[in-house]
Ligand binder design. Structure first.
Ligand code: NDP
Length: 255
């Protein structure tokens, strides 16, 4: 089988799996963080889990850039910049900012995350720096409204995600491991602005690259984070009797 055929199978397969996983995640909440569960087998500490889950996004994407001949056209460099802006932080900075104490996550979750980020970085990186062909993102793409609108949406989502995570990560004083009601920023409107920002980012990336793998990633992110945001929201309301009633779960004013 040649690579383009193999690639097509993987891409469509990943879309089918996303469609199956989306409804399942309304019933099964991934057991890490506040939804930690003991029944998912052996565990690793949170920090190692995050490093393991997110490193392929940086490394595999960069490997695709390298295999693609390190293209220096502006669109390729812009895609590389946007992707790594998010993932260098997520893989190598975020894990050292979390204050979860002795919390652990199942190896099954870290392994599933590792498999997903490897596949996703391959699908996006290989497309952008190889399989799309040399003319797909030629110089004219930079003046296409899809490029700059998508990049602007990505950066807005990145800012929302960063601000939301910053607020969360500053709720605990050194040594604390419990939970508090987050306030300020987009928490005025929703319980999970970090997930909201993340979804906006990858919708922006899909528009910026106008590609099927970009769309698949945005759909995967929604399939994963929408049910989890609803779980977080329910959890906050059960745990805190004074939880702000006007706050939605994920999308301001809507959901
Ligand atoms: P959470 O919001 O569940 O937790 C983020 C961090 O903040 C954790 O360290 C958590 O501690 C802490 N925290 C959360 N809420 C509180 C609170 N009320 N009081 C005190 N501390 C709190 O996010 P995730 O861990 O699920 O995700 C982290 C980042 O990764 C997010 O930016 C998310 O968008 C991204 N992500 C992206 C995915 C994708 O599909 N693209 C998938 C999953 C995550 P603790 O661990 O103890 O709960």
């Amino acid at each position: 089988m040649d690579e383009p055929t193999f690639y097509r199978y993987l891409l469509w397969g990943s879309l089918v799996v996303a469609a199956l996983i989306f409804p399942a995640l309304f019933f099964i909440t991934a057991p890490y963080g506040r939804h930690e569960a003991k029944s998912w087998g052996p565990t690793v500490d949170n920090r190692t889990g995050w490093l393991l889950m997110e490193s392929p996004s940086v490394l595999v994407f960069f490997a695709c850039f390298y295999v693609g001949g390190c293209p220096t056209d502006p669109a390729s460099l812009a895609f590389l910049f946007l992707w790594q802006l998010h993932y260098v932080h997520r893989a190598y900075i975020f894990p050292f900012r979390i204050k979860s104490g002795p919390k652990r996550m199942p190896i099954a979750i870290a392994g599933a995350g590792f498999a997903f980020t490897s596949l996703n970085a391959y699908l996006n990186g290989r497309w952008l720096f190889g399989l799309a062909g040399p003319d797909r993102y030629a110089a004219a793409w930079l003046s296409d409204p899809r490029f700059f609108l998508g990049a602007a949406i990505f950066l807005a989502g990145f800012a929302i995600n960063q601000q939301a995570d910053w607020i969360l990560l500053h709720l605990r004083k050194p040594g604390e491991t419990g939970y508090k009601i987050p306030r300020g920023g987009f928490y005025r409107w929703v319980s999970c602005p970090n997930y909201f920002g993340e979804i906006i980012e990858w919708i922006g990336f899909a528009i910026c690259t106008w590609s099927l793998p970009g769309l698949a990633f945005a759909l995967w992110t929604i399939a994963n984070l929408l049910p989890r945001a609803l779980s977080h929201h329910r959890w906050y309301r059960e745990k805190f009797p004074d939880y702000p009633t006007e706050r939605k779960a994920l999308v301001p004013g809507l959901l």
